[in-house]
Design a protein around this ligand. Sequence first.
Ligand SMILES: [Zn+2]
Length: 297
Amino acid sequence: MAEARLDWLGCATFRLTVGPTVVFLDAYLDRVSTAPVVGITTADVDRADWIVVGHSHFDHAYGAEKIALRTGAKILGSYETVRIMGRAGVPAEQLVPVSGGEHIRLGPDLNVRVLPSVHSCLWAKNAGQAHETCFGDLDVLQHERDERLGDLVGWIAALGPEVHEHLHDSNQGALGDGGALLFLFETPDGSVLYQDTSGHWSGILEHLRPDVAILAAAGRGNVDGEPTQGSLAQFVAREAELLQLRRVILGHHDDWMPGFSVPLDPAPIRSELATRLPHVDLLEMGYLEDRPLFSGL
Ligand SMILES: [Zn+2]
């Protein structure tokens, strides 16, 4: 039986290996020069069969074009992700657009189901660490959300010359987030759900029963289109509860763009999980710590 292994490559980017099949989950390896060094860049990637991209923002999609062109891997992502990849020079034969509802064979022991999702509320007030609570910002109309997001983008661009240059280099012309997706990977040994931004439709999560989930832990969570009321720890634990998980792996929680991001202390998430799902395992991964995904479950 093909063992499933998972490697964290910083931000929400992971490498899933199932037997002979190598899948990148997001592709953001070429980070701002001030970010902690992960130890791998797109120039180091020689093997990939698929690149599965959760949404079109640069800290997820940027780099997929380079890996695809180096390895011949196919890119699976939203219609917007696929559009910007085509613009970046990836041949159409390597592009697989999806929007939710697809069930795709990735390898001899690996299939994926695609599900619709939502992006975290970038435009809303946001606490720094996972235990800090945030309330309000409900029923804000889209034009006001867009205005607030515009202010945020301006603020980020002014963080310093390194960030400014990185935003310029990594700008692939995506329209917004391009629509966020979830991916449910199925192997003979178990299933793993991949989420790369802190948002969900409750009605979708409550019907899924993956063994493991990679859950994004960054920013203000989005619950059914509105900002979560409470803390990020409560938001992540609620997702784990809806999914009835046995193992949680966090993503997007490192200091991937200093000045904007913060290195997240997972302790409040661990303790919130323990109160709701006493038997759940929170697997903390370091960069490039290739780990078996389902062992011990
Ligand atoms: Zn994003």
